[in-house]
Design a protein around this ligand. Sequence first.
Ligand SMILES: Cc1cc2nc3c(=O)[nH]c(=O)nc-3n(C[C@H](O)[C@H](O)[C@H](O)COP(=O)(O)O)c2cc1C
Length: 316
Amino acid sequence: MFHTRLCDLLEIEYPILQGAMGIVGGPRLAAATSNAGGLGILATWGISLDELRRDIRETRSLTDNPFGVNIVPLSPEFTRSRAELVIEEGITIVTTGRGDPTTPVVSLLKEHHCKVLPVVPTVRHAVRLEAEGADAVIASGNEAGGHVGTVATMPLIPQVVDAVKVPVIAAGGIGDARGFVAALSLGACGIQMGTRFLAAHESDADLRSKQRILEASEEDSVVSSLFTGKTVRMLRTTRLDKLMDLERRAESKEDLKALMAKVRQMRQGDTDEMEVVAGQISGMVKAVESVEQIIRNIIKDAARICKQLGRTAEDA
Ligand SMILES: Cc1cc2nc3c(=O)[nH]c(=O)nc-3n(C[C@H](O)[C@H](O)[C@H](O)COP(=O)(O)O)c2cc1C
């Protein structure tokens, strides 16, 4: 019922992608998603080439289904070395995250015969990356956990759908069957979720971080560029509120740089005040579940919602 052209492109059963999540989205999570009929995606952010090779091999030992690797195009050298490694290891699906938009990342990966699915925050980026050869685009709204642009998912998806011919995957603020059906209604061929899978049993996030997501409300995430220099959505803490206040009051670039250096030092070893990267959907994540349960429920509930919508349309 939910077999879309994205399923054919990626050879998956359900059009549900587990968004790459640096540090916490390892082989167990990726393999569990692929085994449940979606597409698991390994992150490369924050790990060495040897660690990436190890993660790919471990994931392959846990699933026979396709899975992808995410490359954040931090620089042409970083991108090329990761691309060469994923090809060497037989990976054929690569998503790219928010990096330097001037790096010609899609053409570089296409040279290596990868299917490339870039994450895009605007119509402008979607059009440019389609022209570069992207096989699909992941349009990600401001509600998402991780690096975000300024446009929300609801207005972003239909505008990207209207502007490109390749399949569009909706990301940002999707956590259950209602979001899945809404995304398909907006013209997307599938969804990518991060935060919901971050709170799954198989993610490598520590228990305290998962608990923080369960306790969070829809108002508890904020966007700050203090951590990577680019805008990142994460759950607020008292410490983060104070830092963001200092960020707002910084009078010069030097002040801001000094503050960011301080932030890098503060992050080490402090677990309870540690910022958890997560999106607005945290407010509706109420239990830690297995990836299999999450995907199964989305498909089951989505079928029920569609049936109900059909009945409502007939009654109207
Ligand atoms: C903890 C965390 C880490 C992330 N790391 C990456 C990353 O390394 N590369 C990337 O392209 N996207 C990254 N993302 C974005 C996700 O892949 C996904 O697109 C996003 O979480 C979707 O929005 P949602 O959180 O509302 O589901 C990250 C998201 C989270 C929550």
